[in-house]
Design a protein around this ligand. Structure first.
Ligand SMILES: Cc1cc2nc3c(=O)[nH]c(=O)nc-3n(C[C@H](O)[C@H](O)[C@H](O)COP(=O)(O)O)c2cc1C
Length: 322
């Protein structure tokens, strides 16, 4: 059985995106929220709170995520999310960004299995929240994970998601499928695969490589092509007839929710442009489109440009069918 999970992408997959996505596309069984990072003052940012508020996530199954290297912070967030009714917390051991990793968080903690052990020991003793982990192969070296997996064996984790790259790689280079295979052999936990699933075919290829994996996590591919999860679920690369109508309604819903949340056209345009850097991958015949979107200085021009781009694509699609 194929179960699909939506990767957290800080700055993209917040509750506004998730709700719009769930309404127009679906195909995702569970979402992970972008990570919560508490300040030294043990405060949760209002944006993080709004993002996991059950009232803002009524139509979807959501797991909150934490990034930390501190058991005390971990326990604080565990209690906090439990108060909202969550019974699972995902631990981010994968974030590759130097600002985070150099501070010993995210993938920066993977070279310290003893520290991971210490944190998990205390956290699992002091809270009954269920824990899952999302990780890379290491920060410097893809071998780091092989000292971490035996530590994770000691704890009753719900699952481990592995993105088979190192932190140092960021998103460059290939995913290391051989190392991922080795990880499967070295863990008795349920392993989720995550990385570079961008088409039905790339999913089929991964599934052929790892026939024992049932859980797949999709991040950038889901933003670039929001139809992808549903197409994977139906094992068909065929888009619905009304593809561009659906995309257009999704886009407008997303736009409206950011227009309501953000102050001033500049912020809204920047937000939508960052989505378009992904969306544009589904508009292969519009190389100039992204530039046009970038150039739009007002919301009305932006709306007009988007309408044109989507319309052009719809017309092309219709002609191809003739
Ligand atoms: C802009 C951006 C933000 C991300 N934010 C998070 C995050 O908050 N938590 C996390 O675990 N991973 C985060 N990731 C990593 C993704 O969840 C995912 O593991 C990665 O993109 C690989 O999967 P993909 O190839 O399907 O995109 C982020 C990635 C990107 C590109």
């Amino acid at each position: 059985m194929v179960r699909l999970h939506a990767s957290p992408l800080q700055g993209f997959t917040d509750f506004r995106f998730r709700n719009a996505f769930q309404r127009f596309f679906g195909g995702i069984d569970q979402y992970i929220a972008p990570y919560i990072r508490v300040s030294g003052k043990m405060e949760i940012k209002a944006a993080n709170e709004g993002d996991i508020l059950p009232a803002n996530n009524l139509s979807l199954d959501l797991i909150p995520q934490i990034i930390t290297k501190d058991a005390h912070e971990f326990l604080f967030v565990a209690k906090y999310v439990q108060e909202f009714g969550y019974n699972e917390l995902n631990w981010n051991l994968g974030c590759p960004y130097p600002m985070v990793a150099k501070r010993g968080m995210g993938s920066g903690l993977l070279s310290k299995p003893e520290k991971i052990d210490e944190i998990l020991e205390r956290v699992s003793a002091e809270t009954d929240i269920r824990l899952s982990v999302k990780m890379r192969l290491g920060y410097e070296s893809p071998q780091e994970i092989f000292r971490v997996l035996p530590v994770l064996e000691k704890y009753p984790l719900v699952n481990i998601t592995i993105h088979p790259r190192t932190g140092k790689q960021l998103y460059k280079g290939e995913v290391d499928l051989k190392a991922f295979e080795e990880c499967i052999g070295q863990s008795s936990h349920t392993i989720f695969y995550n990385g570079d699933i961008t088409s039905v075919q790339s999913f089929r290829d991964m599934k052929d490589c790892f026939p024992t994996i049932d859980h797949w996590m999709i991040g950038r591919g889901l933003i670039a092509d929001p139809f992808l999860p549903a197409m994977i679920k139906s094992d068909s690369p065929v888009y619905p007839e009304n593809r561009y109508e659906v995309f257009s309604s999704f886009h407008d819903t997303l736009f409206d929710s950011y227009e309501e949340a953000l102050s001033g056209p500049k912020h809204i345009l920047m937000k939508m442009y960052s989505f378009w850097e992904y969306f544009i991958q589904s508009f292969p015949n519009s190389p100039k489109s992204l530039k046009k979107i970038k150039k739009a200085q007002s919301l009305s021009v932006y709306r007009e440009v988007v309408k044109q781009i989507v319309h052009e694509e719809a017309v092309k699609g219709a002609k191809l069918k003739l």
